[in-house]
Design a protein around this ligand. Structure first.
Ligand code: DAK
Length: 262
């Protein structure tokens, strides 16, 4: 346990109906993403993925940060060979591959790996006090968990270049204006806003939600023609489901659909 760690768990998990709420809980170091914290996060998401009753997950941070990046204390001791040998960053891939909707409730700083973690989510709700940025350049580093790739896709090449090359932070309002943030709310309402979105998603067919997320994710990974084909295949696949028949029937019968997830 690091010197600044208490006996408190570094990750908190709470279940609210069909939604799991996960809180990064190292507030004294602004939820710096230690290898142990990332592993705990990936494991919690693994459990949420395996649990059929879970329809969405909200990720937030305790205290005044979402996450202020990788734990610089740990980074200081790492070597290139150490990274490769320990494969410590596999957890990042597991987070990015989480198949259910993941909503970031960004309560404060989302810097470096913290910004990259938010960008690995599907939806970003931010407090007015949140700050986004990739300050790795101040450490003589570059982003390592997708910042140079996901940030330009979210805000465009030129703003992303400025943020990565100068380390400037974006306010939540700027994040919203430039497409990084879905909505900005007063600090006390961040979780409420995230819950409202999570509940809306949880009310939909889990099959359709899963297919939609997979198709949306492909935007970043495939040329348009291939992405359109992938969307079509996932669309067709839903026509083999009870939920699809129920959804269309419920609309025609002017009643709410009852989803079975099959
Ligand atoms: N790591 C460790 N400790 C941190 C930390 C971090 N990232 N950020 C803050 N802390 C600690 C501070 O050291 C301080 O500890 P004490 O001195 O109290 O013991 C405490 O948290 C409070 O921070 P400050 O006193 O600095 O608070 P301020 O309000 O004055 O400033 C700040 C807040 C967020 C502007 C400042 O703390 C800051 O600049 N923090 C560092 C932000 C940063 O540089 N983040 C990028 C880290 S590099 C990869 C995946 C990911 C990554 C790399 C590779 N692969 C998959 C290959 C990620 C890299 C990074 O994120």
């Amino acid at each position: 346990m690091a010197a600044n760690e208490t006996a408190e768990p570094i990750l908190l998990e709470d279940r609210r109906g069909a939604v799991v709420e996960i809180t990064l809980n190292r507030p004294k170091v602004l939820n710096a993403l230690s290898f142990a914290l990332l592993r705990a996060l990936a494991d919690a998401l693994g459990r949420a993925a395996a649990d059929e009753g879970v329809r969405a997950v909200i990720l937030t941070g305790a205290g005044r940060a979402f996450a202020a990046g990788a734990d610089i204390q740990e980074l200081a001791d790492m070597t290139a060979a150490g990274f490769i040998a320990s494969d410590v960053f596999r957890a990042w891939d597991e987070v990015a591959a989480f198949p259910k909707p993941l909503i970031a409730a960004v309560n404060g700083y989302a810097l470096g790996g913290g910004c990259e973690l938010a960008m690995s989510c599907d939806i970003i709700v931010a407090s007015q006090e949140a700050r986004f940025g990739q300050p790795e350049i101040f450490l003589g580093l570059i982003p390592g968990a997708g910042g140079t790739q996901r940030l330009p896709r979210a805000v465009g090449k030129y703003l992303a270049s400025e943020l990565v090359l100068t380390g400037r932070q974006l306010t939540a309002a700027e994040g919203e204006r430039f497409g990084l943030v879905n909505r900005v709310v007063p600090p006390a309402l961040v979780m409420d806003a995230a819950r409202e979105i999570a509940d809306r998603i949880a009310a939909q067919s889990p099959l359709a939600v899963r297919q939609a997320k997979a198709a949306l994710r492909a935007v970043y990974e495939t040329p348009l023609a291939q992405g359109l084909e992938l969307e079509r295949q996932r669309f067709y696949a839903l026509f083999g489901s009870e939920d699809q028949r129920e959804g269309t029937r419920a609309f025609l019968e002017k009643r709410a659909a009852v989803w079975k997830g099959r």
